[in-house]
Design a protein around this ligand. Sequence first.
Ligand SMILES: Nc1ncnc2c1ncn2[C@@H]1O[C@H](COP(=O)(O)OP(=O)(O)OP(=O)(O)O)[C@@H](O)[C@H]1O
Ligand SMILES: [Mg+2]
Ligand SMILES: [Zn+2]
Length: 503
Amino acid sequence: MPLAVLASRALLGLEAPAVQVEVHLSGGLPAFSIVGLPEAEVREARERVRSALLNSSLPFPSSRRIVVNLAPADLPKESGRFDLPIALGLLAAQGAIDPARLSGHEFAGELSLSGELRPVRGALAMACAAGCDSALRFVLPLASAREAALAAPDAVLGAQHLNDVVAYLGGQIQAQALRVTVPVATPPALADLADVRGQALARRALEIAAAGGHHLLLVGPPGSGKTMLAQRLPGLLPELTRQQALQSAAMLSLAGSFQPAQWGVRCLRSPHHGCSPAALLGGLAAGGVRPGEVSLAHHGVLFLDELPEFDRRALEGLREPLESSRVHLARAAHRAELPARFQLVAAMNPCPCGHLGDPTRPCRCTPAQVARYRARLSGPLLDRIDLRVEVAALAPAELLELPAGEASAVVAGRVRLAADRQQQRQGAPNSALDGQPLQQHCCLDSESRNWLAGALARVGASARATHRVLRVARTIADLGDCGPLARRHLAEALQLRRALDRP
Ligand SMILES: Nc1ncnc2c1ncn2[C@@H]1O[C@H](COP(=O)(O)OP(=O)(O)OP(=O)(O)O)[C@@H](O)[C@H]1O
Ligand SMILES: [Mg+2]
Ligand SMILES: [Zn+2]
């Protein structure tokens, strides 16, 4: 039959909607056209598919009129992922493959001119979308298949060359030969909190941040250990659930940067302060959605060192994901949305020279310089950072004499208990508490309510800040295994967001 229909998938953010690849051969003037609003890369598929078939000693219908339709037409389609289904469709339409063998399969993969299969972005998202159907087989380039196998180990087949896929569909080799093993890699060893001496306040803030998923800003002079502390946050966090691990890996897969060693690991993304707004927040390029650091840190930690040095637009752009855990991307008529449920840990000096408030070294900045430096962080941005603490520099004698700090494993044990309490009570971390559940689980007696209202009014706090204080207080109570919120929980929560407060 001169018509073949194959199943594939496009990539739309983290989603992978189904695409039908229809290949029709007819008489008339020889031509090869692809319809269904393909972008430039798909048009190039014509050349790759022709060369790959010829160089793999497979028939190419040069004397026929070829029409390839990628449906539905309104989905954006990018990259060479449709090369493989188009090539197989051409073979089936010529009778070189039994079309009945194609059903129950989905195909994606870019072809080299010699017929080798090249990996495609987002294979994990594609397999997640297709993986629910246990009878389905997903045929992918080998490297992509190894990724996709994390989501659907039994459904994925990996091939290195077009000829391997043709041999499988022709029955010359069995599916078993194309099975891939899920890669196991030992995650990198994490730095331990035991290395940090002293700094009781910052350590406490780090533990609370880890337990409730709260954002944290560390303010202190150079060399006080801010970077050290921030880098130790991932090692304190509760383990990822399988669902979270899949989403995190799917995001890295979308960026084409997933490594097996990252599977199940809370990632720590530390972009440099020189990075562009698009690199931080994500963007839409001709090749599709490019996740930014906020999305690559999905379910992990985003560490922004030297926070005021970041581009102003990048900092303001953080407000949306900090509030809603998502980013909206736009470019000309295109729109996309990506999840960005990261935990922010940021660090900065208190002033341009770094020594404001440091008892050991004088600050050389003028008040105007300090004000300008701090004004780089807008009120609404700071408002969204639940915990803001000062980290004082240790004197050399203290550093030498203080004993090693509590180890990450011990702190992580307390964090896990507090996180379990939150899961059991509301099925989400305290940082995500909102609406009615927030009212219910952070309910105050009238005395505490009056006290908190007075304290917040004195610092001119916003409604948003009020809710953030309540969430942090809830986490403090959970770390202490307490039921209702008490005054001391509120007082500590307020105490831990005082840095940079204007007097
Ligand atoms: N509390 C501490 N315990 C142990 N070592 C410390 C501590 N504070 C600082 N150090 C030492 O100082 C070094 C610098 O610390 P770190 O880079 O974290 O400072 P920082 O606050 O980020 O400084 P900067 O503002 O210059 O970025 C660490 O690598 C460590 O050797
Ligand atoms: Mg630092
Ligand atoms: Zn200064």
